[in-house]
Ligand binder design. Structure first.
Ligand SMILES: Cc1cc2nc3c(=O)[nH]c(=O)nc-3n(C[C@H](O)[C@H](O)[C@H](O)COP(=O)(O)O)c2cc1C
Length: 386
């Protein structure tokens, strides 16, 4: 089994290879769920096309013999300017997916973020890993439940709370409706048959800790099965969410706060006022407001406006180490990835996530050398073709 994974890993040279493998291994409905964007997917596409337009400056005859990709994120030393971002239902891409991804991140020396809507619970992951992880929070209508979630994250010694602010209403993903991944879930017969053709996935998911939202199951009264929990989640996104709620969260959460989902300079300035340690320039991977600009096009504006007052992080469309380098050059201090590691997870579990991180690390290292920089803090706009 291990030899099999190793053998397969040898021929994996880029994130696209992991994506192809995940497509074969993960049931169609869950692969589509991870890959899709909202509505016409304009913003999803722009995240990639705009990153590719940014050109790196090739420099030669610079001594780059001693390079180092390590940096600090939220004051902690990390091996890379990279974190695994929150992805709902990670544990349905591969059984125990949150635990496996967290272990791979920790072994690589980078942070892992667990989604509120994960399959494993906060407590499951805390019991299975040796270091603290970050917890992502959706503020739902039931503030009593939200308070208890924050308290559970604190009790599990989560080292940062990532408050996502770009999902008070849900953008529609057409493919999820077509596949029956809707509220309530009603998987189509064709999807159930398709699952039967993925025995590795079936085995991993059936042996996982949960098959439903682990953080909610047993904590929301009267909601014990997948259908009623999904309905509860669907009814709980709070359209009234506003900056006062951020203050409320800050008063309950004792640790570092990260505000995720900023795509506008005015909002970035308001985020600074909350006293948060960091913000993430993000459009939720093109899954929310379709027609919004790519996150890379907004990053330099936000970094220029608030980069000296708050740690600016970035996500959206990162598939290579070159992409990380581009984002750092435009003012990000670190990057989050979503799909890049989810493809790794679907392809080969923990080994696949480790491979995704390793690929990005090596690409970043080589690209730093070829642009003539040795350390993360030397990266700036001078490495871009203006
Ligand atoms: C399948 C999927 C589920 C996601 N679930 C969450 C979530 O629960 N909470 C959250 O803040 N962001 C969520 N995101 C957004 C990611 O954290 C991140 O912003 C996005 O994936 C970055 O774009 P990328 O996938 O191109 O790297 C999700 C993204 C994907 C692809």
């Amino acid at each position: 089994m291990i030899l099999g994974v190793r053998g397969k890993m040898k021929n994996i040279t880029c994130i696209e290879d992991l994506r192809q493998l995940a497509r074969r291994k993960v049931p169609r409905a869950f692969f589509d769920y991870a890959e899709a964007g909202s509505y016409s997917e304009e913003t999803l596409r722009a995240n990639r096309t705009d990153i590719e337009k940014i050109k790196l400056r090739q420099r030669v005859l610079v001594n780059v013999a001693t390079r180092d990709t390590s940096t600090t994120i939220l004051g902690e030393k990390m091996s890379l300017p990279l974190a695994l971002g929150p992805v709902a239902m990670t544990g349905l891409e591969h059984g125990n997916g949150e635990i496996l991804a967290c272990r791979a991140a920790h072994n690589a020396g980078i942070p892992f973020t667990m989604s509120t809507l994960s399959i494993c619970s906060i407590e499951d992951v805390a019991a299975a890993v040796k270091k603290p992880f970050w917890f992502q929070l959706y503020v739902m209508k039931d503030r009593g439940f939200v308070r208890s979630l924050i308290e559970r994250a604190a009790a599990a010694k989560c080292s940062a709370l990532v408050l996502t602010v770009d999902l008070q209403v849900l953008g529609q993903r057409h493919i999820d409706i077509k596949n029956g991944l809707s509220v309530p879930p009603a998987l189509k017969i064709k999807n159930l048959i398709n699952m039967g053709t993925k025995p590795g996935w079936v085995f991993s998911v059936l042996s996982g800790k949960h098959w439903t939202f682990g953080n909610l199951h047993g904590h929301v009264k009267g909601m014990e099965d997948v259908k009623s929990l999904a309905q509860w989640v669907g009814s709980q996104f709070d359209e009234s969410l506003n900056w006062k709620d951020v203050e409320w969260v800050r008063n309950i959460w004792p640790g570092k706060l990260v505000i995720k989902g900023i795509l506008d300079v005015e909002d970035a300035k308001l985020a600074v006022k909350t006293g948060a340690a960091a913000l993430v320039v993000s459009n939720h991977g093109g899954r929310q407001l379709d027609g919004a600009p790519s996150s890379i096009s907004i990053l330099p504006k936000v970094a220029d406006a608030v980069g000296s007052e708050i740690e600016v992080m970035f996500d959206g469309g990162i598939r290579t180490g070159q992409d990380v380098l581009r984002a750092l050059a435009l003012g990000a201090r670190s990057c989050l990835i979503g799909r890049a590691y989810i493809f790794g997870l679907g392809a080969a579990g923990e080994a696949g996530v480790a491979k995704a991180i390793d690929i990005i690390q090596k690409e970043l290292d080589v690209s730093m050398a070829l642009t003539g920089v040795k350390r993360i803090n030397e990266i700036g706009r001078h490495i871009l073709v203006q």
